[in-house]
Design a protein around this ligand. Structure first.
Ligand code: NOJ
Length: 924
């Protein structure tokens, strides 16, 4: 039976659209159905009060305030506890992080809370923001003693206003949609009046079925929901992962966005259906009539099934949302701006900063389900060299294992993986093997036995071992929520456990939603049990569903660290939750080799970046189906601008290594991949600014200037790489003229130094070049590059830098370290600031990146070339005659004329080293 199911799962057949009947819609779940009724009831009765705050219960101390929320319609119901905590932004010490926590007092069953430190940092690791409380008539104000951040609590009906930057940014419960379903015994007496949504629809509170599966729901209803209005907000962004446009309101979807991590076979686009991961964070852009803008963020890290409705369609000055989760607590964060950058700083303050990846993983990745055997894999590696195409990491999918038992090798096809590993090492490349969470039920499989003997597998509702079907057939699923189970998992990565292991053998975590072929909605039953941090199996799967993959990923990273503490881990995950950015990379799963999937990759990846997860990519050129040559070419041309750039393919597709589609395409991919590698120093600098200071790598066009309303119109086809490189995706077959919008300023053509710069603040009609997508560099940027084509990133370590300066006045940064170890955390890095005033290019140590702390970079403390072989100045008004280094050495300058009469000047071998201070003066 399970074999047939796997065959159905694998085969793409002729259908290419998701079977929607397999997945629940909002109203097919009882908590959604009754919340809809609750919304209708409350909104239909303007005078109805359900919750009110009892001012006599307000207590405050330091950065915390507590109060009780009463149920206005039934005094016999125990009040809810409201706790507010105020914190400072780690990066600049400013106020503007408010945590609002709501739960029931003395619940019948414990309400699940994520372990502090896992997704959200521990309170004690955050900097408290002391507050002062003032009583008013019908309201209480709680203001930060640091500055203009405050919360205003309206007592009846209860409402919370979040105020910063001199204005109300967000209102919680202004529509009175707060719904807190307290645990109750089956058959408990009905409430005297309206207390929660169960009063309007008492059906299916203790049992419900979907798709032939029954959820026993022994603890009954427990949903939590509330509305949040973003005042004067043009739209909200985030809520990854959905295959939709970037503007969540602009998408105008009638149904709420769903969060329930799922393995959705052949997922549909432009629908609010759930996908593999969940980051319940939005950034709002508020715009005043004056045109002035500020940003704010709202974060609700609840790992049960969730729905978020976004309505920007009312023509009212605000974007309205409501948020609903199946169980758990209300743990909500309000973040101030003023810009989206500061919202992200606050998000990282709360969830933690990302992990700095090994430099190899910023190169090209080559994957396929599956490379057949060791010879085939070595052959692919060799062919990259024969075709002179750089790449860094080769990937082995599930077929490389012995019967899909992870941490093993196929007895005949991969009997000698050391041969492959040696070939890769000789070409300075790395290998990834797949390690999924489902563990084959096989008494001869040590991983299975160890997990079972320790009692670390997830249980059924009756506390029996839970079995589900996945690639290996009948499988068990480790309870990754349990820290002890995670600890055991880490030991499987030890050098003496995993055969043929290497300190830098990297990992791919797939199917970790978790995917269960015979489970409800292709996942685990919600009434399954986990232990998490409890003494026994008492946590229902429904409470933790969306963090299953997060913990699998976390445990795998910890495994790599146990194996080799000073080697940077790399783990790609398919399923994720808020905070997964701390562990590793994410990709957008099983997309299709279709133009629409290429197109949707832009907003999907930018949205992830706005949710703190910048190490992201989509399978190039689409996982399912065979790409037509034009799509193949265009997707690689776009893929070189993804932070994570991996070629991958479904089992049934034709081979599609870059040389498989003829000479012309091979050459084009070679050139494009070379550009990726030439830009590695820029990528690496951006990764450091992300990992060490929380700055997103891909950004929407409006990120730096949200007052530019035109930029919002192009957010689904254009994006910025860092602040200065603009990429316009080509998303349609045969597109030969493109509309390119450039924000204000002046923009140089990345591909042609001679081309005259274009004026920003407007759209340009641009001819689509067959060999690349349009890319522009902001005048004022300085980009570090390495120009020599090598086999891989590690092969480039001793290569010198080329620094390209765009415009008459420019600034930029360059970060470097050994690319592989954690020595950078002890100051072994260089972070330089480069500035050009029209005559002098100055290199000096940059202001430290936040997470680098007080550590000062030290040149020479790691093995990498810091030499600069070339300085290129693009767009000079006249041609320099020479250049000198602080009046000492003099260098020749060669210049060429640009189409607009300006000059590109090149100083060769300027004898300078990054990581040291120097000044180079151009003489005109
Ligand atoms: C599903 C993943 O999304 C895909 O990338 C992979 O090739 C297959 N599982 C097989 O492991």
């Amino acid at each position: 039976m399970w074999r047939a199911l796997i065959a159905i799962y694998i085969s793409t057949g002729s259908v290419d659209c998701v079977d929607r009947s397999k997945f629940r819609t909002f109203e097919q779940g009882s908590f959604g159905r009754r919340y809809r009724k609750y919304i209708n009831k409350v909104e239909g009765d303007a005078g109805l009060v359900v919750h009110k705050l009892d001012p006599s219960t307000i207590k405050s101390s330091g950065n915390k305030v507590q109060a009780s929320l009463l149920f206005a319609n039934d005094a016999s119901v125990k009040p809810l506890l409201l706790e507010l905590s105020f914190f400072l932004n780690d990066v600049d010490g400013s106020c503007g992080i408010v945590r609002a926590f709501v739960t029931e007092k003395d619940p019948l069953h414990p309400r699940f809370r994520l372990t502090p430190g896992d997704v959200v940092r521990k309170d004690e690791d955050l900097q408290p923001d002391q507050v002062a409380v003032t009583e008013g008539a019908g309201f209480t104000e709680i203001a930060s003693t640091r500055g203009a951040c405050k919360v205003k609590l309206q007592h009846s009906p209860f409402q919370l206003e979040f105020v910063a930057h001199g204005r109300v940014l967000q209102k919680l419960n202004s529509r009175r949609l707060l719904n807190f379903e307290r645990y109750r015994a089956k058959g408990a007496q009905a409430h005297a009046g309206l207390v929660d949504a169960t009063d309007l629809d008492p059906n299916n509170l203790f049992e419900e079925s979907f798709g032939g599966h029954t959820d026993s729901k022994p603890r009954g209803p427990a949903a939590v929901g509330v509305d949040v209005a973003f005042e004067d907000a043009v739209d909200v962004f985030g809520l990854a992962e959905h295959a939709v446009g970037l503007g969540l309101g602009e998408n105008r979807l009638p149904e709420p966005y769903r969060f329930f991590n799922l393995d959705v076979f052949e997922y549909a686009l432009d629908v609010p259906m759930a996908l593999y991961g969940a980051i319940p964070l939005v950034t709002a852009i508020h715009r005043e009539k004056s045109g002035e803008t500020v940003a704010s963020g709202f974060f609700f890290p609840n790992p049960s099934e969730g729905f978020v409705h976004v309505d920007a369609s009312k023509g009212s000055p605000q974007t309205e949302t409501w948020w609903l989760f199946e169980s758990g607590v209300m743990d909500m964060f309000f973040f101030a701006g003023p810009g989206p950058q500061e919202v992200l700083q606050r998000y990282h303050t709360v969830t933690g900063f990302p992990r700095m990846p090994p430099i190899s993983t910023l190169g090209k990745h080559q994957s396929r389900w599956n490379y057949v055997d060791v010879e085939d894999s070595i052959g692919v590696n060799r062919k990259f060299d024969q075709h002179d195409i750089p790449y860094d990491v080769l990937w082995l999918d599930i077929e490389h294992t012995d019967s899909k038992k992870y941490f093993t090798w196929h007895p005949s096809h991969f009997a000698q993986p050391d041969k492959l590993l040696a070939a890769l090492e000789a070409s300075k490349r790395k290998l990834v093997t797949i390690i999924d969470p489902h563990i084959k039920k096989d008494s001869g499989y040590d991983v299975y036995n160890k997990m079972k003997n320790h009692d670390f597998f997830t249980k059924t509702k009756d506390k029996q071992l839970y079995d589900g079907w996945c690639w290996p057939g009948t499988s068990s699923y480790p309870d990754f929520c349990n820290p002890e189970a995670r600890r055991l998992w880490t030991t499987f990565f030890k050098m003496d456990y995993y055969p043929h292991n290497r300190p830098d053998l990297y990992t791919w975590n797939d199917m970790n939603e978790p995917s269960v072929f015979n489970g409800p909605e292709v996942t685990m039953p919600r009434d399954n049990l986990h232990k998490c941090s409890e003494k026994d199996y008492e946590v229902e799967h429904r409470d933790v569903h969306n963090v299953y993959g997060f913990y699998h990923h976390m445990a795998t990273v910890e495994g790599q660290l146990v194996r080799a503490p000073n080697v940077r881990p790399f783990v790609l995950t398919r399923s994720f939750f808020a905070g997964s950015h701390k562990h590793g990379a994410i990709w957008t799963g099983d997309n299709m080799a279709k133009w629409e999937h290429l197109a949707i990759s832009v907003p999907m990846l930018v949205s992830l970046c706005l949710c703190g997860a910048s190490f992201v990519g989509a399978d190039v050129p689409g996982f399912f189906f065979d790409p037509e040559p034009e799509l193949f070419r265009r997707w690689h041309q776009l893929g070189i601008w993804y932070p994570f750039y991996r070629g991958h393919a479904h089992l049934e597709t034709k081979r599609r290594e870059p040389w498989m589609l003829g000479k012309e395409i091979t050459e084009n991919v070679r050139e494009q991949v070379t550009v990726r590698y030439q830009m590695l120093p820029t990528w690496y600098t951006l990764f450091a600014q992300w990992a060490l200071a929380g700055q997103p790598i891909l950004r929407p066009l409006w990120f730096q200037d949200a007052a530019d309303s035109e930029a919002f119109r192009h957010q689904n086809t254009h994006f910025l790489l860092g602040s200065d490189v603009l990429v316009r995706a080509i998303t349609k077959r045969g597109e030969d003229t493109l509309n390119v919008y450039l924000p204000s300023g002046s923009w140089f053509d990345f591909w042609s130094m001679e081309a005259a710069p274009l004026v920003g603040g407007k759209s340009h009609s641009v001819k689509a070049d067959p060999s690349h997508v349009p890319v522009y560099v902001r005048a004022g940027a300085i980009l570090p590059k390495k120009m020599r084509r090598r086999r891989s990133s590690l092969a480039m370590a001793s290569d010198p830098y080329t620094i390209v300066v765009y415009g008459e006045k420019a600034g930029g940064h360059v970060y470097m370290d050994d690319g592989q170890s954690h020595d950078f955390m002890r100051g072994h890095f260089v972070y330089d600031k480069l500035s050009f005033d029209g005559q002098e290019l100055v290199s000096e140590p940059a202001q430290t990146l936040h997470m680098a702390g007080a550590a000062k970079g030290a040149a020479g403390s790691f093995k990498q070339s810091t030499a600069v072989e070339r300085l290129v100045f693009v767009g000079l008004p006249s041609s320099p005659v020479s250049a000198d280094m602080e009046g000492k050495e003099t260098f020749q300058v060669t210049s060429t004329r640009m189409q607009n009469g300006a000059w590109v000047a090149t100083v060769k071998k300027p004898l300078c080293q990054l990581g040291t201070a120097w000044k180079l003066r151009l003489r005109f």
